[in-house]
Design a protein around this ligand. Structure first.
Ligand SMILES: *Cc1c(COP(=O)(O)O)cnc(C)c1O
Length: 217
């Protein structure tokens, strides 16, 4: 598949559900992909990328940013508090705020540096023990805390359990966002981004459908 094809599928899905395609942001998830594949997508004109590890992103994006200064980078993987400063230096948006301690660390660093990426609160909609994300019953409180800390909170993010219907999780995330007055919804990946758009996604995170399968070799 290709970038052009994904963009046209996003447009079709948006129109089908009465949405403005320009309200849906495509994050090209470049984790683990060879540099030449990433560069090819940059050369096609795409500028919004997602990475799930701070260290991996630090290894490749400073160079690309010199060549393509208008790149917008999104952190979509779990963030350890001790990597918060590095993440804030590199990323424009952090999708994975999932606990008060991390929110407080980001707020403190934002005070120190005078700069803060936009943030999303990640919700563990499937209540999966091993998965990142704030528990469903704690989501409203974490949203409130992010607001008290003056973090630039844009919305919510989720990764549905692999073996469940993603649409139910997307709908649940949309409901939590709505009752909290949040409009951003980071949900949908290669296999289900059209379902996510149907449920209101504003940020879809698509990796393998753009770049091809990841080779973890
Ligand atoms: C890897 C990853 C994606 C992209 O997955 P694909 O199935 O390759 O589209 C999306 N979101 C998160 C959080 C990821 O880690």
């Amino acid at each position: 598949m290709s970038l052009t094809e994904i963009n046209s599928r996003i447009e079709t899905a948006a129109q089908k559900h009465g949405r403005d395609p320009s309200d849906i942001h495509l994050i090209a998830v470049s984790k683990v992909q060879p540099l030449e594949r990433v560069e090819a997508v940059l050369l096609e004109g795409h500028r919004v990328f997602g990475e799930n590890r701070v260290q991996e992103a630090q290894g490749k994006w400073p160079n690309f940013k010199e060549k393509f200064p208008d790149v917008e980078l999104h952190l979509i993987g779990p963030l350890q508090t001790n990597k918060a400063r590095a993440a804030m230096d590199l990323f424009d948006v952090i999708h994975t705020v999932d606990r008060p301690k991390l929110a407080r660390t980001l707020a403190r660093l934002a005070d120190e540096t005078g700069h803060c990426p936009d943030v999303f609160v990640q919700v563990n909609t499937g209540d999966e023990g091993q998965k990142a994300g704030v528990a469903l019953e704690d989501a409203d409180a974490l949203v409130a805390e992010c607001r008290e800390l003056n973090l630039p909170l844009k919305g919510l993010m989720c990764i549905p359990p692999v073996h469940e219907s993603p649409s139910l999780h997307f709908a649940l995330l949309a409901k939590i966002a709505s009752r909290n007055g949040l409009t951003g919804l980071s949900m949908g990946m290669s296999g289900d981004f059209e379902d996510a758009i149907a449920q209101g996604a504003t940020h879809v995170r698509v990796g393998s459908a753009i770049f091809g399968a990841r080779d973890y070799g």
